[in-house]
Write a protein that binds this ligand. Structure first.
Ligand SMILES: CC(C)(COP(=O)(O)OP(=O)(O)OC[C@H]1O[C@@H](n2cnc3c(N)ncnc32)[C@H](O)[C@@H]1OP(=O)(O)O)[C@@H](O)C(=O)NCCC(=O)NCCS
Length: 172
């Protein structure tokens, strides 16, 4: 499926509700009222757009993890949520691959991270297809739906990404 990552617009906000997945059950949350910034060096998000059907598929987002005391030890951790009708058609793999490429191309980070529930098989597979390597279990790290959940931590290093094809997703 041809996709584009582009800035989120006001019109997207009602459709980017999160939820509708056991791995996204973080309780009631207010509708997004502000367009999240696509600022790579801060937290942000980009809309995932289906170029063939002109439809919003979901969003990719990122936060930063500090792995040491200096700014050189900051890594982006990416996340994704696709609308139910958009799942299982490779958009998740493509969008995360394009997001990895964005960070290696436009920032000097050495490592891009992701994390997902140990039971989220679809995201584990999508991350591995996108180029991530599973590093291990981060035990009891995520509070969701009344319990702490174990997650797997994934990463891809700059040296591993060099020479890889970023895929066909566009960034607009
Ligand atoms: C997880 C998510 C991003 C994956 O994106 P996607 O576009 O649906 O996934 P893709 O089509 O790119 O690839 C999914 C892969 O997982 C496989 N898969 C899907 N469901 C699976 C399951 N229950 N068990 C095992 N594999 C599964 C698919 O077969 C496919 O692998 P294949 O191409 O080798 O056949 C998307 O489904 C989603 O947004 N889910 C709800 C929110 C969520 O879980 N976000 C991630 C939170 S960390």
């Amino acid at each position: 499926m041809p996709i584009t990552l582009r800035p989120v617009t006001e019109q997207d906000l009602p459709l980017l509700t999160g939820g509708e997945s056991p791995f996204d059950d973080f309780g009631p949350r207010p509708p997004l009222s502000e367009v999240p910034p696509p600022a790579l060096h801060e937290g942000g998000a980009l809309a995932v757009w289906d170029d063939e059907n002109d439809t919003l598929l979901g969003e990719v987002s990122w936060i930063w993890q500090q792995r040491g005391p200096t700014s050189d030890s900051r890594n982006p951790m990416i996340g994704i949520w696709l609308r139910p009708q958009a799942r299982g058609r490779s958009a998740g793999t493509q969008a995360q691959r394009a997001t990895i490429d964005l960070f290696f191309r436009h920032t000097s980070v050495n490592r891009v991270e992701a994390s997902t529930d140990v039971e989220n098989l679809a995201e584990q597979r999508a991350l591995e297809k996108a180029g991530f390597t599973r590093e291990g279990t981060v035990r009891g790290s995520q509070w969701r739906d009344g319990a702490y959940h174990d997650c797997y931590l994934y990463s891809v290093l700059r040296a591993e990404w060099t020479g890889r094809t970023p895929g066909s997703a566009k960034v607009g």
